[in-house]
Design a protein around this ligand. Sequence first.
Ligand SMILES: [Zn+2]
Length: 112
Amino acid sequence: MDEQISGRSGLMAWHGSTRRARLPKDWPRIRRRILRRDGHVCQTRFSDGRLCGREATDVDHIVAGDDHSDGNLRALCSWCHARKSASEGGRAAALTRVRTERPKQTHPALED
Ligand SMILES: [Zn+2]
């Protein structure tokens, strides 16, 4: 139980850590643009096809890394963003397995 709690607080600390160092200088501008593009609505698509639809406050890299182009960015609510960050840590394989069951997905490399 204790481990679970410390793991969750680790998610919060993420915001100020390594990932930010990879962001470009004009990230605040890019971020604003993506939020506006996506209507400040969280773009997470749940496994049942529903859109999250919460108010988006974060901009996520669909594929983690240095691609800051519009096509690799999308608006997320803080909840989905934290959840995704956690899954990138080690549950990505399990998520991929679920996703491949959905044939309408277009480009596996762009999957969340
Ligand atoms: Zn969301």
